[in-house]
Design a protein around this ligand. Structure first.
Ligand SMILES: Cc1cc2nc3c(=O)[nH]c(=O)nc-3n(C[C@H](O)[C@H](O)[C@H](O)COP(=O)(O)OP(=O)(O)OC[C@H]3O[C@@H](n4cnc5c(N)ncnc54)[C@H](O)[C@@H]3O)c2cc1C
Length: 887
């Protein structure tokens, strides 16, 4: 199907190739190499007169990479790696440009690159199933596949200030710096913008200029690069085992081989946190400080603030003038939500007598005049203005090709009017055979781009080769897949703090641009595994067509789980555990106890007390969690999960601690008797007896006398529901509300969630069968004390029912919530999309469970007649956007 043997020019003048690549930066060069090796005819079109992309255009003083160069490099060919040695930890622009030139020559890529050629429009011709590209030189190219390797940061943002053309001095843009360099010695220079380019160039400009005035709208966090020779320990790691070093980078979160942190900030003392921070500050490694201090630094506002405060301290220490220090200190975004910059002497530059900082938040620029810049309160005469105002990131260069017309004459700018939508960040529904490298929706700028680019290019070229092999000529993302990717992107972006900052990641730096987190925030490794899964599931989400009506479409969404749930389930799958039901009761208990040892312990509460209460047939242990606030507090009687068989009063400790903190209530977790030694109705009767005992002893437990509430997860939810029915029928205790988290409510297994989620989501159908068999004989199973759905439901306390989409117990939970409502019981029902049976009890592991617990806590406080707790309101600020949408 491809024009295998070299490109051709048709009568109409268009050059005919299999694949046209736009751009000759990191991505375009590797594409050319791979496409040629795969036997495709190809050409790259490049606006510049040489290769290099970013490193061709950005020649401003101080331009360097901010990922260590031994990581920011091609890894596809070990020979190439051996032949090129980087001279510095962070290479300068000239060195990176030389490297890309070396790569172009080594693989003889230049003959297939048409320089000084800007692609201006692209149109899909449905009849021939080819793209026709138009260029500014008038030449056209016809191709089967059109790949935009146009770069995320390649379209400089035009200045938003009036009067630039009136300025009589020199004007430069960091992103289009003159090749011959700029003479700044003895001149009065203004730099507008303090993003990465500004922060890199300001110290060097200050050394040359007579006077430098920096105009800053938004301060940025910057960290010392401590540049120098390539880091010896890193080099030793790389050279020790190059293949595994590179592989680790490919599966990491950011594309740099660093492990995932597990310790959270509140588990460390202040001194420990400071020590970690100082070590990171001394290291001069952006990815290290962004990921290695503590596990909650990027996902939790409090964990992040602990780090941001330490960086702010450093700024105050370095900058001598307190007013300038204050103006340079960011307070409007979490650390890392906007890309922090690596600098050399940035903050110290403001101690120089020839440098002035103008805070545009206090005195905005009114105009640029012939002689300089006028703000609300002052005028600055300058000879040179340098715009370091950044880029129209991620979509700028793509949208600059206009129009890109896909199927049915639809234009990409129209389709993206409200923000970019893609499948995998690589393709767009309605635009067959169009690919983007590091497009919006890919990890791109949140990663080491060299690693991401290689992954994207490999994936795309491998797919094109596979299509050719299978005889297909078009490939196009389906709308379902694309909408699913948007949902997954939104779920991911709720996990990190990027959404809390107005940045070029979200389009906020360009007036009028649609807002939203554009890069994929789920991490490089997870993204890679998703791309592989698309292939292993038969090109899920793509429609492929070929001659004579050949068609294949395996429609669907690639990720329906919450991103952290997916990671947890993948991790469990990798452990290849034997089925729990095969372990026997004792073995299963030992396994669960061991398993629980590895989880985060949960945050501190005021007090934890162990005691004994009176059950239905003797004493039972309990564990009480008391809030740190002054009491007496309302009491929640809690029943742990474990299929009436596993767990104990301590086994849901992280959940109890978390809920105790969020509700401001005492949680008493009951150690009810377990099967198989104590079969039905032991657990139910113990639950009921425990609730009565706790209500009777409320004062002794230093709780608030009066009605109690009940709560439980899984089989514990079953016991909580049953306790409410028994309390109503047996004259007490008084129960003011029930929280049922993924409860067992019925003894039949024919609801569809038992089939849909039979395996693969930790709690399996087979395990549930085993639990039932050990707890309850078939003859007893319709008893409402084990199947509360079959009981009388009128007159029960108000309920908050949580069901999870990927849980065998989902539908019986739904049925119970509906039945309660139908019987006049006030019910709130949280249908947790993308969650599994254990999501909400895996505190500090499944981060997306937080908003669900916030709602549970609100419900419990409402049951107790209390207003929302202030801390909860605060947490709500952090977590409410986690939106576990009800279906
Ligand atoms: C100052 C700076 C420092 C950076 N440091 C790092 C770093 O340390 N680590 C990191 O991972 N990333 C860094 N980046 C991001 C960097 O852009 C990528 O790492 C990488 O260089 C992107 O390569 P690319 O080939 O995808 O795009 P680019 O290098 O941007 O190349 C795109 C090319 O496409 C061409 N082009 C665009 N539109 C058209 C058109 N219509 N017609 C013809 N040609 C077109 C452009 O001229 C350009 O040459 C940095 C970016 C900047 C600006």
């Amino acid at each position: 199907m491809s024009e295998a043997a070299g490109s051709r020019v048709t009568n109409g003048g268009a050059q005919q190739v299999d694949v046209a690549v736009v751009g000759a930066g990191f991505a375009g060069l590797y594409l050319l190499h791979r496409l040629r090796k795969a036997g495709f005819t190809t050409i790259a079109l490049e606006e510049a007169d040489d290769v290099g992309g970013t490193w061709y255009w950005n020649r401003y003083p101080g331009a360097r990479c901010d990922i260590q160069t031994i990581d920011y490099t091609y890894t596809f060919d070990p020979e190439l790696e051996r032949e090129w040695k980087w001279s510095e930890k962070y290479a300068t622009q000239p060195e990176i440009l030389r490297y890309l030139g070396f790569v172009a020559d080594r693989y003889d890529l230049r003959p297939d690159i048409r320089f000084n050629t800007k692609v201006t429009a692209a149109n899909w011709d449905e009849a021939t199933e080819r793209w026709l590209l138009e260029t500014d030189s008038g030449a056209t190219v016809s191709c089967r596949y059109y790949i935009m390797a146009t770069g995320c940061l390649s379209a400089p943002k035009p200045p938003e200030i009036d009067g630039v053309k009136d300025f009589s001095g020199e004007v430069y843009f960091t992103g289009r710096w003159p090749h011959q360099g700029v003479e700044l010695a003895g001149k009065r220079v203004a730099v507008i913008g303090t993003g990465s380019s500004g922060i890199q160039s300001i110290p060097l400009i200050a050394e040359q200029a007579a006077q430098l005035t920096v105009f800053q709208r938004t301060p940025n966090f910057a960290l010392p690069a401590h540049n120098g020779p390539v880091s010896a320990d890193r080099l030793a790691l790389l050279e020790g085992d190059r293949a595994s070093y590179r592989e680790q980078a490919r599966w990491s979160l950011a594309g740099v081989p660093l492990p995932q942190q597990t310790v959270v900030s509140w588990q460390l003392s202040e001194a420990e946190r400071r020590a970690r921070f100082e070590q990171a500050w001394a290291k001069g490694d952006l990815v290290y400080i962004l990921t290695q201090l503590w596990a909650d630094q990027a996902v939790d506002v409090d964990g992040n603030a602990r780090l941001a405060d330490l960086v702010r301290e450093k700024i105050r220490e370095i900058v001598k003038d307190p007013e300038t220090a204050a103006a340079l200190t960011p307070h409007d975004h979490p650390f890392g939500a906007k890309r922090p910059c690596l600098d050399t002497n940035y903050y110290a530059t403001y101690n120089r007598p020839n440098v002035t900082l103008v805070n545009l938040r206090q005195e905005p620029i009114k105009a640029i005049t012939a002689s300089g810049i006028t703000t609300d309160s002052r005028s600055f005469d300058v000879d040179v203005i340098v715009f370091a105002t950044g880029f129209d990131a991620m979509t700028g260069a793509i949208m600059a090709v206009h129009p890109i017309t896909g199927r049915g004459g639809k234009s990409l700018s129209g389709v993206w009017a409200h923000g970019p939508e893609t499948y995998l960040g690589l393709t767009v529904s309605g635009f067959p055979n169009l690919f983007m490298i590091t497009g919006p929706g890919s990890p791109s700028v949140l990663s080491n781009m060299a690693v991401s680019i290689e992954q994207h290019v490999d994936w795309v070229v491998d797919r094109l080769a596979a299509l050719r092999e299978a005889g297909f000529s078009t490939i196009e993302a389906t709308e379902t897949a694309q909408a699913g990717w948007a949902r997954h992107m939104a779920d991911c972006s709720m996990l990190t703090l990027h959404r809390l900052a107005n940045t070029w990641y979200t389009g906020a730096n360009v007036p009028g641009k649609a807002q939203g987190v554009m890069p994929y925030t789920g991490g490089v490794g997870p993204y890679r595994s998703i791309c592989s899964e698309v292939v292993s599931r038969g090109m899920l989400g793509f429609r492929l067509t070929g001659p004579n009506g050949a068609e294949q479409c395996n429609d669907g969404e690639i990720v329906r789980l919450q991103p952290d749930v997916r990671l947890v389930l993948n991790m469990l799958a990798e452990m290849n555990l034997p089925p729990i039901e095969s372990m026997g009761a004792e073995g299963a208990r030992a396994f669960v106890a061991e398993f629980n040892k590895g989880r985060p312990a949960g945050r501190p509460v005021g007090e934890i007390v162990d005691g004994t209460l009176q059950g239905a047939d003797g004493p039972l242990p309990y564990r009480l969690y008391r809030p740190a606030t002054p009491g007496p507090h309302p009491i929640v009687v809690y029943f742990h999960g474990g299929g009436w068989l596993l767990g104990d009063e301590q086994s849901d400790e992280p959940f109890c601690r978390d809920m105790c903190r969020r509700t401001g209530m005492i949680f008493v977790s009951v150690g009810y008797r377990h099967a198989p030694d104590h079969r039905f109705p032991a657990a139910a009767e113990d639950g009921y007896a425990a609730a009565g005992w706790i209500a009777d002893h409320a004062a002794e437990l230093r709780g608030k006398p009066g009605p109690v509430m009940v709560a439980g997860w899984s089989a514990g939810g079953n016991i909580a529901a049953v306790t409410c029915q028994l309390a109503r029928d047996r004259g007490g205790p008084q129960i003011s509300g029930q929280l049922l988290l993924c409860p067992v409510t019925d003894c039949t297994f024919d609801r569809s969630s038992y089939t849909d989620n039979a395996t693969g989501y930790f709690l399996t159908r087979a395990l549930m069968y085993w639990f039932w068999d050990l707890y309850c004989s078939p003859a007893d199973r319709t008893d409402p004390r084990v199947s509360p759905l079959r009981g009388r439901l009128e007159g029960l306390p108000p309920a908050f029912v949580v069901t999870c989409e990927f849980d065998p117990l989902r539908d019986e939970g739904v049925a119970y919530a509906e039945a309660l409502a139908a019987n006049g019981v006030p019910v709130e029902h949280l249908k947790a999309r993308g969650h599994f049976h254990s999501s909400f009890v895996m505190v500090d592991v499944v981060i997306t469970g937080v908003s669900g617990r916030v709602r549970m806590a609100q419900a419990l406080r409402q049951f107790a007649g209390l207003p929302p707790q202030s801390e909860e309101v605060r947490l709500g600020r952090i977590t409410s956007p986690h939106a576990i949408a009800a279906e």
